[in-house]
Design a protein around this ligand. Structure first.
Ligand SMILES: NC(=O)c1ccc[n+]([C@@H]2O[C@H](COP(=O)([O-])OP(=O)(O)OC[C@H]3O[C@@H](n4cnc5c(N)ncnc54)[C@H](OP(=O)(O)O)[C@@H]3O)[C@@H](O)[C@H]2O)c1
Length: 327
């Protein structure tokens, strides 16, 4: 699979990274319903066997469970993939979530992640959310300290805006930004992407298929019957009035994908990767067979004509949604 350098670093990322949020399982507030750990491990092996060279996880995914599964899968492996994890989302004994960017907390979290992942150094350590916002400098200073100590190779951030990036850049260079980006979430296009390009900060987009909605396989029936333990049952994009518009969008996208001999899932990923600033798309998979669809996406360069056709559909969806909201 083709690779791209992550910003100014010496890390070469395959254009698709494996996202492991759903591998965290259902036992917490942002679970994805029941998950079979054996399938998670098989998915990791299959992704690596097929050339994906980096894995994204976070301490909070399944309250440590996703990292533990990755640690188990990679134990004893000679050439391990690039591992990216995250800090700052914390939890208590009652599994209640919070955010903490204090130096001592970040250091403690890093030690726990290293243990769960069974590695000596985390290749890319990312602040998960800029919360509490007043502590972003302290949290970033702690990541810089971990880099100097060799526990972390490069530091990155997720969900930061330009102002927040500008505040932390003088403390230590930022290797990457991990923002949400898909046809349904386009907030980074005007300001954030150009800023990352100008500052040579790598960009790794999350939820490129909007959590499975842009795969062409998500049905109304599935959306209406998501279990309570799957956080998507509380996500407005899986609920009316948006669901009908989103399913209609997917139907229309199917035509563009089909004309290219591709699937909607591949179109969704290739559309995310079309920006020159975009290093890689983090694609979540929870079963080995889901990966088969990914491989035809990374090297598909969309034509200008197809980009325009998608743009028209997205504009149409946006206008309909605005109208419904005003009614
Ligand atoms: N930094 C952050 O704040 C942040 C936030 C969100 C995500 N992330 C990272 O980004 C990764 C990817 O994002 P994401 O998992 O939210 O969304 P995504 O990649 O857009 O969608 C992943 C989901 O799509 C479904 N899917 C995958 N392959 C499929 C296939 N071939 N056919 C049909 N359905 C398929 C699976 O769910 P089902 O099988 O259940 O439908 C899978 O869990 C995460 O795993 C995580 O590592 C980071």
């Amino acid at each position: 699979m083709i690779t791209k350098k992550l910003g100014w670093t010496d890390l070469d990322f395959t254009r698709i990274g494996l996202g492991t949020w759903a591998m965290g399982g259902p036992e917490w507030q942002f679970g994805w319903g029941p998950q079979d750990d054996k399938k998670s491990i098989k998915t990791i092996y299959k992704a690596l066997d097929n050339g994906i060279n980096w894995i994204d996880t976070a301490a909070v995914y399944g309250l440590g469970h996703s990292e533990t599964i990755i640690g188990k899968a990679l134990k004893g492996m000679g050439q391990k993939p690039i591992i990216a994890s995250k800090c700052s989302r914390v939890w208590n004994e009652k599994k209640e979530l919070g955010s903490n960017l204090k130096r001592d907390n970040i250091r403690k979290e890093c030690e726990s992640s290293l243990k769960r992942l069974q590695i000596e150094t985390i290749d890319l350590y990312q602040i998960h959310w800029p919360r509490p916002e007043e502590d972003i400098e302290e949290g970033w200073g702690a990541v810089a300290e971990l880099i100097r100590e060799g526990k972390v190779r490069y530091g990155g951030v997720c969900n930061f805006n330009v102002r927040q990036l500008e505040r932390i850049l003088p403390i230590h260079p930022v290797a990457s930004l991990q923002p949400p980006y898909s046809m349904l979430v386009r907030g980074i296009e005007n300001e954030i992407l150009p800023f990352c390009g100008e500052n040579n900060i790598g960009v790794v987009a999350y939820s490129p298929m909007y959590k499975g909605l842009l795969t062409g396989k998500f049905t109304r029936e599935r959306a209406e019957n998501l279990p309570e333990s799957d956080h998507r049952c509380r996500d407005p994009r899986f609920m009316e009035p948006e669901l009908t518009l989103n399913l209609h969008l997917v139907e229309e996208l199917e035509k563009i994908a089909g004309d290219n001999g591709k699937t909607v899932l591949q179109l969704a990923i290739a559309w995310v990767l079309r920006h020159p600033e975009m290093t890689s798309a983090i694609v979540g998979a929870r079963k080995p067979e889901q990966l088969d669809d990914f491989f035809g996406a990374a090297d598909w360069t969309l034509s200008g004509d197809d980009v325009n056709k998608v743009e028209m559909l997205l504009k149409e969806r946006e206008e309909k949604l605005d109208k419904i909201k005003k009614e």
